[in-house]
Design a protein. Sequence first.
Length: 319
Amino acid sequence: MDKTRLISNKIAHRGYSGIPTFLRSKYCEDLNKLDADYVVLGVPYDEGSPFIGGSRFCARSIREQSLRFGGGALYDIENDREYLREAIENNRIVDIGDIDILPSRGDLSMEKLSKVINLLSVENLMPIVLGGDHTITYPVVRALKNPIHVIQLDAHIDYSEEIEGMAYINSTSFRLLHKLSNVKSLTQIGIRSMRDERQNVIDAKKNGSKIITMPEVRKKGPENLIEHLPSGEDCYVSIDVDAYDMSMVPGCVSAEPGGFQFDELKKLLRTIAIEMNVVGFDFVEVNPSLDVRTGSTSYLGALTVAMFLGFIDAKKNDY
């Protein structure tokens, strides 16, 4: 039998061919016909970024880089394990495209995002949300139906006060979501920026935030950072690409020195997946226009998202 592949499919691995859905998953734009476990959603919004725009192209670039993961699975040679093979083969990952952003109307755009997340949450479908800037986490979390713990991996605490009506910007998200009744706790890991304001840190701690700085990360080890959280409870994770060290993320406008190395974040994400019941996560702040020509920051983003999803799927399906 001729096994020649005529058209790129979900086991293809050449990054320049194929329709750029995440990991070559099926595309479904009808939210009433979703049949999956994991739903990938893009939010091409960067009007909350006060410095250099461009992260509106983050989701698109991560999807394109994800085409490079072929063979129908992610293989981790370190542990001789495959991840996501059955999820990919059985179409348990679906890409629903992007929120229809309304330029200059962050309020309405984020309302659209919340409505979509609520629809997914009611159906117990896990959202994997690709930014965009860090504005998006608050609208996502407010739409989740059950009480959750929130874990933020970031160089900054994003805890600014709302000033002159500027609610939907990337530096206010975690102050806003900390007020939500469904948020049981907020853990902020990797914080190290000297641009954070002291009063915002004081406020975050006063409101119950557990802030873990990079020296603490390295003292305790990545596997021991969430021991304060009740094992097995529902958790939402927000990953800013600037959690990684500045040297690793040229395509990030807010990068800071002294951040996570890849192996450190990998161990932390695996620990979160094993110890908590992850109900969704986002990945934000890649700015492809600033990246090197190979798109290494977007590639790192695609790897991080796919890897974390693999860890979650392995826990869920006991493999």
